[in-house]
Design a protein around this ligand. Structure first.
Ligand code: NAD
Ligand code: UGA
Length: 480
């Protein structure tokens, strides 16, 4: 029986290994982590992450050929294939601070592997890493190998949160990079045989190590670039009276461009887009490619511009001050169908409004008060470390209350900001909300999910990203 051990039981390690276990009953899969609460949660009825379909897959396999454990060394020792899916945060200090990937967790995992194993292993990079990480890891392993043979493979993950299980069951592609030596090719084949148990052969792409590593950064950069492109257009739409949804639809009909990933928004969030682009920018700079670095940096700059622009719209519409006013925030997660708040645009929007002294009442169906308070007090990039190593803040933000109902959040509010596209926000009783709000009542839709005409009929003043402006907003400046 092939034994797989995955180091890192997070958003990637957990779901990915659960699907491998589901599809490969003859493979034993153990997911290990240094975080005791995480592993306890994986072994309980309350999984540590919310992902549609995940619970069902875990329940089918857990205790059969899927196990979660904190006994990292034992399971690494026993495995044939070791996946490494640990955090790769942005460095906050020293060389490359604010851009380069911090490989501390990766390096410590590699050193531990070298320490404990006694037989040949295939080590698979699952985390997103800078190009040439495999080479660095290979050096750590071989210099400490005691004659053991290690083959390093790069197998980046392309799942998106909220659709992780579907993405894993039917991936657009599985990418495996390895050395172009006979041993490297043999290792690729071993991993290919695992995926081939449910992924059609023509969707399993094999490359050299560096191409696989760079393809992951490139894919995220291209995806984020699409959003920044459409968001840049949204500003122009507001200035000219065009409607960004109509523009996206018309542009996306071109089969060379395609219709997906063209929704204008308050900005992209999530744990990886910004981090991976900063990392790409750093790699370009290190290679002397200043123009290329600047080109990709713009994707982030537009994203920051979009979030600032949104805050400015809110403040300028409400007589240029939100001081002491109650603003309802509907949605805090970085997208719908996940409880994940890493780099969510809601953090920057809330901080912007708090900076103008607003009182916030926040509702998200999947995010707890504790998480929201942590996010609003944590320093940039601190979130991307194992839970027990994250600095804790002794204070909470007093002007913020977190409630468990959209109607409660909007009661007596002056304005409503929709920051996540949860389906339930489309079907709220907006007449009831309007009746219970201060007047004039404002809705700022950062996800283009409400029916603008209907809301205006009710009496709301409505701002919707990239849509023709409400007459109220026409003369209000919103330049970031
Ligand atoms: P995560 O923070 O949810 O999980 C990482 C886990 O690794 C944590 O539970 C942490 O405790 C554990 N860990 C860290 N060091 C360890 C060690 N030495 N030994 C054992 N466990 C250790 O992160 P994630 O979202 O799963 O991301 C993991 C990697 O995958 C990152 O490189 C990320 O960029 C990449 N990625 C993430 C996504 C996504 O959707 N979240 C998608 C594709 C790729
Ligand atoms: C993204 C990629 O889609 C995955 O392929 C990749 O594996 C992953 O990053 C990663 O490396 O971590 P994810 O961040 O989970 O996945 O979610 P996305 O669906 O890509 O959304 C990212 C952000 O962009 C969200 O805030 C979302 O609301 C926003 N978005 C997305 C838009 O604003 N407009 C769109 O049209 C699409």
């Amino acid at each position: 029986m092939v034994k797989i051990c995955c180091i890192g039981a997070g958003y990637v390690g957990g779901p990915t290994m659960a699907v491998i276990a589901l599809k490969c009953p003859s493979v034993e899969v153990v997911v290990v982590d240094i975080s005791v609460p995480r592993i306890t949660a994986w072994n309980s009825d309350q999984l540590p992450i919310y992902e549609p379909g995940l619970e069902d897959v875990v329940k089918q396999c857990r205790g059969r050929n899927l196990f979660f454990s904190t006994d990292v060394e034992q399971h690494v020792f026993e495995a044939d294939i070791i996946f490494v899916s640990v955090n790769t945060p942005t460095k906050t200090r020293g060389l490359g601070a604010g851009k380069a990937a911090d490989l501390t967790y990766w390096e410590s995992a590699a050193r531990m592997i070298a320490d404990v194993v006694k037989s040949d292993k295939i080590v698979v990079e699952k985390s997103t890493v800078p190009v040439k990480t495999a080479e660095a890891i290979e050096k750590i392993l071989t210099h400490n190998s005691k004659g053991i043979n290690f083959q390093i493979l790069s197998n980046p993950e392309f799942l998106a949160e909220g659709t992780a299980i579907q993405d894993l069951l039917k991936p657009d592609r599985v990418l495996i990079g390895g050395r172009e030596t006979p041993e490297g090719q043999k290792a690729i084949q071993v991993l290919k045989d695992v995926y081939a148990q449910w992924v059609p052969e023509d969707r399993i792409i094999t490359t050299n190590l560096w191409s696989a590593e760079l393809s992951k950064l490139a894919a995220n950069a291209f995806l984020a670039q699409r959003i920044s492109s459409v968001n840049a257009m949204s500003a122009l739409c507001e200035a000219t009276g065009a409607d960004v949804s109509q523009v996206s639809h018309a542009v996306g009909k071109d089969t060379r461009i395609g219709p997906k990933f063209l929704n204008a928004s308050v900005g992209f969030g999530g744990s990886c887009f910004q981090k991976d682009i900063l990392n790409l920018v750093y790699i370009c700079e290190c290679n002397g490619l200043t123009e290329v670095a600047n080109y990709w940096k713009q994707v982030i700059d537009i994203n920051d511009y979009q979030k600032n622009r949104f805050v400015n719209r809110v403040v300028s519409s409400m007589f240029n001050t939100v001081s002491g006013k109650k603003i309802a925030i509907l949605g805090f997660a970085f997208k719908k169908d996940t409880g994940d708040t890493r780099e969510t645009p809601a953090i920057d929007v809330c901080k912007g409004l708090l900076g103008d002294k607003a009182r916030l009442s926040i509702y998200d169906p999947q995010v707890s008060e504790d998480q929201i308070q942590r996010d609003l007090t944590m320093k940039k990039f601190d979130w991307d470390h194992p839970l027990h190593l994250q600095p804790t803040s002794p204070t909470s933000v007093k002007q913020v209350s977190v409630v468990w109902d959209a109607y409660e959040a909007t009661k007596d509010a002056h304005g409503v900001c929709i920051l996540t596209e949860w389906d339930e926000f489309k079907t709220l009783d907006y007449q009831r909300i309007y009746n219970n709000m201060q007047k004039p009542a404002f809705v700022f839709d950062g996800r283009n999910i409400v029916n603008v005409d209907k809301l205006r009929e009710i009496g709301f003043i409505v701002y919707s990203i990239g849509k023709p402006l409400d007459p109220w907003l026409k003369d209000m400046p919103a330049v970031a």
